[in-house]
Structure formats: C-alpha cells, structure tokens
Ligand binder design. Structure first.
Ligand code: CP3
Length: 354
C-alpha cells in the first residue's frame, strides 16, 4: 500500500515536491461552524480551558480530522497562548478575541518581560502535538502555528483587537525604539516557541502576521518584515527542514515583500487573484490559499468551480489548497466537507473539466 510509509501529502508539497493534486486543509477547520465543537464548548466555556487542557484540545483538533480527513491537522490553540509565559496575562473572550488587562505601554514593562521557557510555561503543547502525531500517523501532516512579532505586539500594546491600531502606531511613530525592543523580545520568544512545537511533533509551522497588512509597505519593512525574518532565521538555524508558512491578511500590496521573509510558503488571501500572485511571486514559490471563505455559502457547483479555478490559476503545482483566511462560523458543515472532497479529487476533476 502506498501512502502509509511515505511522508504525508502536505509535508511533501510543503517541501516543494510536485504532486498530482494540491494537499488541502482549512484555516480554523476546528471551531464554531462544527456542531461537535459547539457541543464541547458548552461543557468547557473557557477558551483557555479548551485549548490548554490537553484531552480537550486534542479532541477539538481531531474533530475535523475525523469528519473530513484533511491533509493537515492543526494544533487547536491561539496566537496569544504563549504570552502569559513572557509575563503578559491574557484571556480570550467569547466573540471578542484576546484581552490583555495590563497592556504594554512603558519601557519598564518591556524590560520586565521574561524569556519564554516553553517546557515550564506550555507543557500542554507538547502533550497535544505528540498525541496528534500519534493519532494521524502518516495519513496527515501536523501543523503548529505562532503569531508574528508585529501581530502579537499589536495585542500586547492595544490590549485587544483594534480597527485602527492607533495605540501601537502611536508608539511606532513617536517612540520607535521602545517598540523595537518589544518586537525583538517577542521575536526571540516566538522562535523558541516554534522550535518547541517542532520538537514536540509539528511538521510544518505557520506564522500568522494577521495585522501586518494594516501597515504601509514602508512601515511593514520597518516593523514587521525584519522580525518575521528574525523568527524564521532562528527556526531555520536549528530546524532547517521544517517548512514555514507566512500569512498576512490584506496582503495584496505586500506579496513581494512577504517573499523576503524567509518563509517557504506564502498564504494568499482572496483580494489577490491567484494567477496574479503566481505571476508576481514566480513559478517556484509555494503558495497557499486562496478562496474567499464566503464561497462556502454558495452552491456545490459554485464551490467546485471556484476550487478548480484556484488550482488552475496557481498552476496546479507548488500549491496548497486552502481558504484565504479562516472558515466563517456559520458555514454549513456539508459545504466544508465538499471543499475537502473536491480538493482530494482535483486531479480527476481538472482532467474532466479542462
Ligand atoms: O485553525 C485552527 O483550527 C486553529 C485555530 C486557531 C485559533 N486561533 C482558535 C480560535 C488559530 C490558527 C488562531 C490564530 C489566531 N488567533 C489569529 C491568527 C489567525 C487570523 O485569524 O488571522 C488571530 C488574529 C487570533 C486572535 C483571536 N483569537 C481572534 C481574532 C479570535 C476570534 C474572536 C471571535 O470570537 O470571533 C480568537 C478566539 C479564537 N481563537 C476562536 C478560535 C476557534 C473563537 C473562540 C471560540 O471558538 O469560542
């Protein structure tokens, strides 16, 4: 039997192998659109419990695995999960996202941040990743993830999500050296954390710089890109063979700059036509994405056509099929199932619909 001893599909694609069809997984594939998740959420109303009690987090990661057999199984966690380990207390509020009660605004606060000791602060991550690897074996690829320095700094400084990023931009443009100190500390902690995830079983790591698209390209080059590079460089020093993915939301104006981050794979959101992304990034760059998550509210035929269109535009190689961002909470589960089905049959379907 093939496929059981070979490296799993997503890992092979992430290493640059050319395959018959793109591997397929979905950002936020575990979560609120699944009834099984909503049921478990009633029993464990706190997000930190759901993501930090190993049995619960493992179960949540495996819900979409059992339902759809995606080519990637992602750790159920959050980008702010490591912050308490640096001394930044946080909670994740229902419908709101991360809340930091005592946001970082002063030099004294930045100085007090501790280096991350993941074995001490995040022992549950090791348990979760080891269990996921044991469960999926060579049938799927286990992904870890981290937040990027700019995006984690945005939460740490603003204290919560923001529409305008006024507080962190105030810091960036009036006291840049303070922000650079914070970004440096975060970058080093994130690299340590990513290495720990890899040592615990993550085979691919995705870094989310979700809010870096809120920066002008010039400021992206000052406050986001050098710290993405710092994290990726440090990971590659010790783990050169682990593929690294970068996501930036609203990144249409930044693709060429993202390509300088050191990531092996770039996530493309749906504001960019995949054919344009391919032209702008070249044939060799591995791209991931990029369906509008809203497409999953359409008919089966519509979903199928958009998937095949995306695969063709990516050139049907060096591509990981995904949404351009997380699946939306009210998405019908059968449409999520259909997304995976079509992705897995793409080689046959593309031949038929050519
Ligand atoms: O893909 C997966 O299955 C892993 C799940 C995952 C979560 N957070 C779980 C979660 C991932 C990859 C993240 C990363 C994350 N967290 C990002 C980067 C990705 C992106 O969206 O750009 C960001 C910006 C955060 C911060 C955060 N945490 C937000 C904005 C929210 C949503 C607030 C809301 O309720 O809409 C959270 C909470 C959160 N993290 C939820 C989930 C499933 C929702 C809470 C719940 O299910 O009760």
């Amino acid at each position: 039997m093939t496929g059981t001893t070979q490296a799993p599909y997503l890992l092979r694609a992430a290493r640059g192998e050319v395959l018959d069809r793109p591997p397929v997984w979905m950002m936020r594939q575990a979560g609120r659109y699944m009834k099984a998740y909503r049921d478990l959420r009633e029993k464990y109303p706190s997000f930190r419990d759901r993501s930090e009690i190993p049995e619960v987090a493992i179960e949540i990661s495996l819900q979409p695995w059992r339902a759809f057999q995606p080519d990637g199984v992602i750790l159920f966690s959050d980008i702010v999960t490591p912050l308490p380990g640096l001394g930044i207390e946080m909670d994740i509020a229902e419908g709101k996202g991360p809340i930091i009660a005592d946001p970082i605004r002063t030099e004294a606060q930045v100085e007090q941040l501790r280096p991350l000791e993941p074995e001490v602060a995040l022992p549950f991550i090791k348990t979760i990743l080891q269990a996921l690897r044991a469960e999926v074996g060579n049938q799927s690829t286990v992904l870890g993830f981290v937040g990027a320095p700019w995006t984690l700094a945005a939460y740490a400084v603003e204290g919560k999500g923001s529409k305008t990023y006024s507080i962190i931009k105030h810091m960036a443009f009036s006291n840049p050296s303070l922000l650079h100190q914070l970004l440096t500390k975060l970058a080093d902690a994130i690299a340590v954390y990513a290495r720990y995830q890899i040592d615990s079983g993550a085979q691919v790591v995705q870094m989310f710089d979700s809010w870096a698209g809120q920066l002008s390209p010039q400021d992206y080059e000052t406050f986001a890109l050098p710290y993405q590079q710092r994290v990726f460089r440090q990971i590659k020093e010790t783990h050169p063979d682990t593929p690294l993915i970068l996501l930036v939301s609203d990144s249409a104006g930044l693709l060429e700059r993202m390509a300088k981050s050191g990531a092996d794979i770039l996530t493309i959101d749906w504001t960019v036509d995949m054919a344009d992304a391919r032209t702008r990034l070249g044939k060799e760059m591995i791209v991931q994405g990029n369906l509008d998550p809203g497409v999953l509210f359409g008919s089966k035929e519509f979903i199928r056509d958009r998937i095949l269109d995306t695969i063709r535009k990516a050139g049907n190689k060096k591509h990981i099929l995904n949404l351009g961002h997380g699946i939306l909470p009210n998405t019908p589960e059968e449409n999520a199932a259909f997304f995976f089905e079509i992705g897995k049959q793409a080689d046959q379907l593309l031949a038929v619909h050519a």
